[in-house]
Design a protein around this ligand. Structure first.
Ligand code: ADP
Ligand code: MG
Length: 724
């Protein structure tokens, strides 16, 4: 079948597609965490002392008593087998954004030839997948292929049921033979522990004596697109790269705002309910769902959880979204910019820190100006983001997220902090050295008696800020939809650790000079604001004025592409930050730069190759067919003495020539290989290849808009986005 026939067939198939019948929803009580080996299940089946020991590790972050592992393993195996599992898998999170798993059977064959199931403490605690194919950024040579996985007790084991069977999944860290982190979980756990230690020290200085382990929390809002699989399957670019490399924008985009928060299409709602049921069974607290801004775009967000668990759950959510979509005849696109001209997808990472004894340490209460504890933690965040803004930018730097950041739909590539008017005012007062009051917002009266009068929020929202305070947490909005949330969480925990330590040091010294706690704290905060208030910005982050002020007057960095941002990981100050806090060694940090840089280069080069091949094999032939058909018709008309309009034809001919010239430039761009450093190679991708690809696209999209519809070989934007 030719490509244009494939396109028409897809349109017919999609038009006739029916949604799967909605399931009768189960009661939440019957679904919730049924597939998780929860604490209460462990309590029911483990000996009391074993359970107590495990629970202590969970609650205090203390060391795991390895002698209990065998007993836990046996109980875990029995539970998993009762759920139908014959296999178990250590699940880990390599430096790609994927989730990796290696499956092993519970089977153990005895000397007499009989087989029984076995799962020892040793295999629960440690696995040894051949890690040589995972990125390691130069930490290991291929001959040192060994990698270990080690059980992360703090994230519960679960069974994953798919059409292919049931597997017991055990969240693990993934480390090299020599003990270096090769994954995204190890640094997250380390950053959390470092943050807890630093926060505990500060809480002690503030006079607390009963201080539980401090943990970071995360609630990630996941945006995604759904496209019918018949369409996606006829678009090699969507299948291979997750985004459309070509496509003339449809006349209707998102300008009418008629999709955002609109009624969820029936087929999509059935899909969402299926996703949510799976999430509930896995103990993932799905909480909100709605249509997003762009046509075909949706969002799902869970209730927030402890960062490490939230991060594992986020990975699972992405897997569930992708797999469930297939069942419903969709392809779920998690790419940050699947379609040009309409909004892309992000993943807002909501983050706070707190514990069981002092609560949420980022909760300002009603009178933030007198809430010293809050001010110190919030001040610490401000300092951290100012000092390590380039790190915050680097952890959201990917080839795909570059399409979104700074494109007037997502925050700019300049990292600033939005506090809201009330807090901004409080911190301004602190900087001036005279703190009097917190502005109150008052009540909102809607002027209709039957409507309730409700308190206004003391600060509005600001969609244009990359990092915004939203009442009792910060929301990191620059994170990409396809990313693991771990990198951003590690960065936030680590800069907070550093800043709290700085604040605690200075507080101690002020107290040592005989100041009262209040006076000492305000003095330290004043210094923080004097040095770091340049990062606080409440205006329009999209405006060109802000881009100028940020860079010229405030000294903030604008790092528009990954090629500019990622090398910041090599900055001495950032290296020292990670080494000092114990979150990453210099070698581990370096390996991250190498790995992510390589991924960036690979993505762009792969896309460039596909741009060339799709142009040569699909778009150019379609244009030539159009030209040949039309010029034939025009010649015939002229032969019988009719005048014929030739402007359109000439236009397509010119576009086609330009298209092929652009492809040949791209081809020579791809042939350059002479780069002294990885940084140079990245710059080449950003500054040479990307613009060349864009140029090819400009001609191709214009051709799409000119030539006979029945010749066009790929589903068009209007079809993919509007035929449901
Ligand atoms: P919005 O779109 O208004 O930002 P959503 O309800 O879509 O709000 O998402 C907000 C996310 O923030 C949810 O995942 C929510 O559970 C999470 N969240 C709420 N409070 C906190 C907190 N203290 N710490 C971390 N995350 C939080
Ligand atoms: Mg939000």
């Amino acid at each position: 079948m030719s490509s244009n026939e494939l396109r028409f067939q897809a349109i017919c198939q999609v038009t006739e597609r029916k949604s799967l019948p909605p399931k009768v929803p189960n009661r939440l009580e019957d679904l919730w965490a049924t597939d998780v080996f929860t604490l209460s299940k462990m309590q029911a089946c483990l000996p009391k002392d074993v359970f107590r020991s495990l629970k202590k590790t969970l609650q205090t972050g203390g060391e795991l008593d390895i002698s209990v592992a065998g007993i836990v393993a046996a109980a875990m195996k029995d539970w998993a087998i009762s759920k139908g599992a014959l296999y178990y898998a250590h699940v880990f999170y390599p430096m790609t954004n994927i989730t990796a798993e290696k499956h092993d059977g519970f089977i153990s064959v005895q000397s007499d030839g009989t087989a029984l199931t076995e799962f020892t403490g040793k295999v629960l605690v440690q696995g040894e997948p051949d890690g040589s194919s995972f990125p390691n950024g130069g930490i290991r040579s291929t001959f040192e292929a060994r990698g270990y996985t080690a059980w992360d007790v703090t994230s519960p084991a679960y069974v994953m049921e798919t059409d292919n069977g049931v597997t017991l999944c055990i969240p693990t860290v993934f480390i090299s033979w020599s003990g270096e982190a090769l994954d995204k979980k190890t640094p997250l756990l380390r950053s959390n522990a470092a943050m807890s230690k630093a926060a505990t020290r500060l809480l002690k200085l503030l006079g607390h004596t009963d201080i539980a382990t401090v943990n970071s929390s995360c609630g990630a809002e996941q945006e995604y697109f759904l496209v019918d699989s018949h369409f996606a399957n006829s678009r090699p670019d969507l299948l291979l790269t997750g985004r459309t490399l070509f496509g003339h924008p449809a006349a209707k985009g998102q300008q009418f705002d008629d999709h955002y928060f609109g009624a969820i299409p029936e087929r999509v709602q059935v899909f969402m309910q299926d996703v949510e049921e799976k999430m509930y069974r896995l103990g993932i607290p799905a909480k909100t769902r709605h249509n997003e801004v762009a046509p075909g775009q949706f969002e799902i967000a869970p209730f927030f959880e402890a960062a490490n668990v939230a991060s594992d759950h986020q990975q699972l959510t992405m897997t569930i979204l992708r797999n469930t979509a297939k069942k419903h005849g969709f392809v779920c696109l998690l790419h940050e910019k699947p379609f040009a001209g309409i909004n892309g997808s992000g993943k807002h990472v909501n983050w706070s820190v707190g514990n069981a004894t002092q609560g949420n340490l980022l909760d300002p209460g009603d009178t933030p100006h007198s809430n010293l504890q809050f001010l110190l933690f919030c001040g610490a965040v401000i300092r951290g983001v100012h000092k390590y803004g380039p790190l915050m930018r680097a952890v959201v730097a990917t080839a795909s997220n570059d399409h979104r950041l700074g494109a007037n739909e997502a925050p700019p590539a300049i990292i600033s902090v939005y506090l809201g008017s009330q807090l901004e005012d409080v911190f301004e007062q602190i900087k001036k050295g005279d703190v009097q009051s917190s502005r109150t917002a008052g009540l909102m009266n809607l002027g209709v008696d039957t409507l309730p009068v409700f308190p206004k929020d003391p600060g509005d929202r600001n969609r244009t800020s990359p990092f915004a305070f939203t009442g009792n947490r910060f929301e990191f909005r620059a994170v990409g939809s396809n990313q693991s949330v771990s990198g951003p969480l590690v960065a936030m925990n680590t800069i907070l650790t550093d800043s709290i330590t700085w604040i605690a040091d200075h507080l101690e010294s002020e107290l040592g000079q005989g100041k009262s706690l209040d006076a000492a704290a305000y003095a330290v905060l004043k210094e923080v604001m004097e040095k770091h208030s340049a990062v606080v910005f409440g205006g329009d982050g999209y405006s060109s004025e802000w881009h100028r002020i940020a860079v010229e007057e405030r000294g903030l960095l604008n790092l528009p592409t990954t090629a500019d941002a990622l090398p910041m990981l090599k900055d001495k100050g950032i290296e020292e930050l990670f080494v000092r806090t114990g979150v990453l060694s210099a070698k581990e940090l370096e390996s991250r730069f190498e790995t992510y840089a390589e991924q960036y280069i690979q993505v762009i080069e792969m896309e460039a190759k596909l741009v060339m091949s799709l142009t040569k094999t699909l778009i150019y032939p379609a244009a030539m067919r159009h030209l040949s058909e039309m010029s034939g018709a025009i010649a015939n008309m002229k032969a019988i003495g009719l005048s014929a309009e030739t402007t359109c034809l000439e236009h397509v001919a010119t576009l086609t020539t330009s298209l092929m010239e652009a492809v040949s430039k791209l081809s020579s761009g791809l042939d350059s290989h002479d780069f002294a450093t990885t940084e140079d190679h990245m710059q080449h991708c950003a500054k040479v290849l990307r613009p060349m690809m864009d140029q090819v696209r400009v001609y191709a999209d214009s051709i799409e808009d000119e030539i006979a519809d029945d010749l066009w070989p790929m589903p068009k934007y209007q079809e993919m986005l509007f035929i449901k």
